[in-house]
Design a protein around this ligand. Structure first.
Ligand code: ZN
Length: 299
């Protein structure tokens, strides 16, 4: 990328960021507009996130694990949701982060300081944001005191994270960031055991050329995501969890559960439906990136 091209991409990134912040301004100001009641997904597995970002709580029998901790400025929502789910936030022993973006570690530093919660993230993302902190997208304009938390533990590809009676298999699935972790673990419901699966970072905005350029990420991020999809395609996931609610239709499934009963989260097709849609979106981004390159070559 030459300096002229970098300039064009920086302008495009600025527009993207402005639009993103504008869209989310209401939520940044009053996170409670995105609040929902926490609910049980399977035995020992609860949704404690909001309408914007998924947060899951696992009761391991030997303390709690929370997966991601939501947006900056929304710590109160998480604390409230954990209490309402029937647990004490002080018993959260670990927060495991799917990736190093600020909408997934918003409450983490507060939990570390208030409750002594330990924080884990992939080794790759820990290194990525140590090297270049702007990659974490902490919105200092809106949250001047926010910072990247201090992580206590760095997870390797394929590592099993074990606590109490829960074993979480952590698989590196780069693309959205270089260190996205997808998580797999067994859950039970009505005496049956199912594999729960969470793809740890599916936002394709991070694959666009302006974003890649801003982040100083490798240009083949889209191809990395296609390879990641292939890597976890055959996981026999029945309880598909989201990273953001759109991934697994969290909110629609919850609506259905309230209206019709049953458990729509036991959904063997959801994993592949999501991955197929994701693959198509990535392929479109690859075309869009090529168009941007052609446009820049003409400029
Ligand atoms: Zn992200």
């Amino acid at each position: 990328m030459n300096s002229k091209e970098k300039e064009i991409l920086a302008e495009k990134y600025k527009d993207f960021r402005l639009n993103y912040d504008k869209r989310n301004e209401g939520f940044y100001t009053n996170p409670s507009i995105a609040r929902i009641e926490p609910f049980k997904i399977a035995d020992g597995l609860y949704y404690v996130g909001d309408k914007k970002v998924c947060i899951h709580l696992i009761d391991t029998g030997d303390g709690l694990i929370v997966i991601d901790s939501g947006y900056l400025g929304a710590t109160h929502l998480l604390v409230d949701s954990i209490w309402r789910a029937g647990f004490d936030p002080a018993n959260v022993r670990w927060i495991i982060h799917t990736h190093g973006h600020s909408d997934h570690f918003g409450a983490s530093e507060e939990f570390r300081l208030m409750y002594g919660t330990k924080l884990a993230i992939s080794k790759v993302d820990a290194e990525c944001i140590r090297e270049k902190p702007h990659r974490a997208h902490v919105v200092t304009r809106l949250f001047p005191f926010a910072k990247i938390p201090e992580f206590d533990y760095e997870i390797e590809d394929g590592e099993i994270f074990e606590l109490g009676n829960v074993k979480i298999r952590c698989v590196l699935t780069p693309g959205h960031t270089q260190g996205v972790l997808s998580l797999f673990f067994d859950v039970t419901e009505n005496g049956k055991t199912y594999l729960a699966g969470l793809y740890g970072g599916a936002g394709t905005n991070a694959l666009t050329l302006p974003y890649i350029c801003y982040n100083e990420d490798p240009e083949d991020c889209p191809q990395q995501m296609l390879d990641s999809i292939k890597k976890i395609w055959d996981e026999p996931v029945v309880v598909h969890l989201g990273n953001h609610p759109g991934n697994n239709k969290t909110l629609e499934k919850r609506e259905q559960q309230i209206k019709e009963g049953g458990n729509p989260f036991i959904a063997p097709n959801s994993w592949h439906e999501f991955l197929s849609g994701l693959k198509a979106r990535v392929q479109k981004i690859i075309k869009d990136n090529e168009a941007i390159k052609a446009e820049m070559a003409e400029a």
